[in-house]
Design a protein around this ligand. Structure first.
Ligand code: S3P
Length: 435
């Protein structure tokens, strides 16, 4: 399904950003493992998260939606306890969701049954040895297809490990910590960089002992059942990134994005945009269920090229396609390095971002571990392709707002994997869109 974006000016208004995808996955998995009924509000009804619901239902968890809109769902989860999951009758499809597959691998490692985790073609190309290796060290039996899905996981009695992750990853860390819930003894994960810490925060709120020493995390298996809980999911900073950059680049714009999660492990893009000269205001900073939240206000501003590398990369791992769009409009050279991980996301995000933005007139060069962009360059509308990547599709839509002529994004249906209501949001801001 293609999406056509017409050039736009003067984006104005207040937008509520849909719920955080990472927190949606984690809360529903932990609610399923808790004892009793949990209530999750403003949960994200996106393709990726729905894959986690389906898989948990197939593992015997009763989950009901009590209220539903295009962008938010209220869920009631009838937790089965740490030992209450049941063997699924068929392979579990994770659709295109890497988070579903890697987090559930951690849970399944500690069960007393076997299950298969599979997914769509795009997911079948994503590396899974990074979770299989530590989970095997903990005692699980895991077969992969040469390091790729499907995964056949035979749960075992696990024991704690001390594991140094070769690359920083919120998914791998979470898989190990979730397996740590079922292990005898403590499990330590040593991270080479500060990957998102939502799992640790929720576990801590549920009374599980999680000790943090710099980037090293140690979990002790809980002595009591996990309690049921209530959680309101804050807006996803990775979704907010698209209107945020649009508000900076589209002439005469003024946007307010409400209720956005501003956890420091996620907001590397804010630091980079500030280094590029942007002034983004955080208002009404508050805390909700252990996560910092704020309203972001942005107006059109001139940007300058910058350099991104090191620990910043993991703190903005999903924001590189939209950063590349910002960089096409920034004066000077923007360089991204230390970001080879982008090559194994929903698509090869270095190649696809560079190729598609070049079609629109952007001046970009790819490198094995990043890319560079020269700006400012006028963009022109043309036909581009998401390559099955929701975040690239939305970045191209923002580029389309700035381009001369209309921009058609092929395979734009995938936007609903993380940001249902994206097209509706653009229309609310007065953008002309044909879908
Ligand atoms: C996620 C972690 C990141 C991110 C993904 C969601 C998570 O992946 O790209 O969109 O929820 O833990 P990696 O752990 O592979 O870096």
């Amino acid at each position: 399904m293609p999406l056509t974006i017409f050039p736009s000016a003067g984006l104005r208004g207040t937008i509520t950003i849909p719920g955080d995808k990472s927190i949606s996955h984690r809360t529903i998995i932990l609610a399923a493992l808790a004892e009793g009924t949990s209530y999750l509000n403003d949960w994200l009804p996106a393709g990726d998260c729905n894959a986690t619901i389906e898989a948990l239902r197939a593992l015997g968890v009763r989950i009901e939606a009590t209220a539903q809109s295009e962008t938010a769902t209220d869920l009631v989860v009838h937790g089965v306890g740490l030992t209450g999951l049941s063997a699924p009758a068929a392979p579990l499809s994770c659709h295109g969701s890497g988070t579903t597959m890697r987090l559930l691998a951690g849970v399944l490692a500690g069960q007393n049954f076997s299950a298969v985790l599979d997914g769509h073609e795009g997911l079948r190309r994503r590396p899974m040895s990074r979770v299989a290796r530590p989970l095997r060290q903990m005692g699980a039996a895991i077969d992969t297809n040469g390091g790729y899905p499907p995964l056949r996981i035979t749960g075992k009695t696990l024991h704690g490990i001390d594991y140094a992750m070769p690359i920083p990853s919120g998914q791998v860390k979470s898989a190990i910590l979730l397996a740590g819930l079922f292990a005898a003894g403590k499990t330590t994960v040593r991270q080479p960089g500060p990957a998102r810490d939502h799992t640790e925060r929720i576990l801590d709120a549920l009374g599980v002992t999680v000790e943090t020493d710099g980037t090293n995390i140690t979990i002790s298996p809980p002595e009591h059942p996990l309690p049921a809980f209530n959680f309101t999911i804050p807006g996803d900073f990775s979704s907010a990134a698209f209107p945020l950059v649009a508000g900076l680049l589209v002439p005469d714009s003024h946007l307010r994005l409400t209720n956005v999660n501003v956890n420091d492990t996620r907001t590397g893009l804010l630091d980079v945009l500030q280094a590029m000269g942007a002034n983004i205001t955080l208002q009404n900073v508050r805390e909700s269920t252990g996560e910092p939240i704020a309203d972001l206000e942005v107006t059109t501003q001139a940007l300058y090229g910058t350099e991104v590398g090191g620990d910043l990369v993991v703190r903005m791992i999903d924001e590189f396609p939209i950063l590349a769009v910002a960089a096409t409009q920034a004066k000077g050279r923007t360089v991204v390095r230390d970001a080879a991980e982008l090559r194994v996301k929903e698509t090869d995000r270095i190649k696809a971002t560079v190729d598609e933005l070049r079609k629109m007139g952007g001046q970009l060069i790819s490198h094995p571990d990043g890319f560079e962009v020269y700006g400012p360059t006028p963009l022109h509308g043309t036909v581009v392709d998401s390559d099955g990547d929701h975040r690239l599709a939305m970045a191209l839509a923002v580029a389309g707002l700035l381009a001369e002529g209309d921009t058609t994004i092929r395979n734009a249906r995938v936007i609903a994997d993380s940001f249902p209501g994206f097209t509706t949001m653009l229309r609310t801001l007065g953008v002309e869109v044909a879908a």
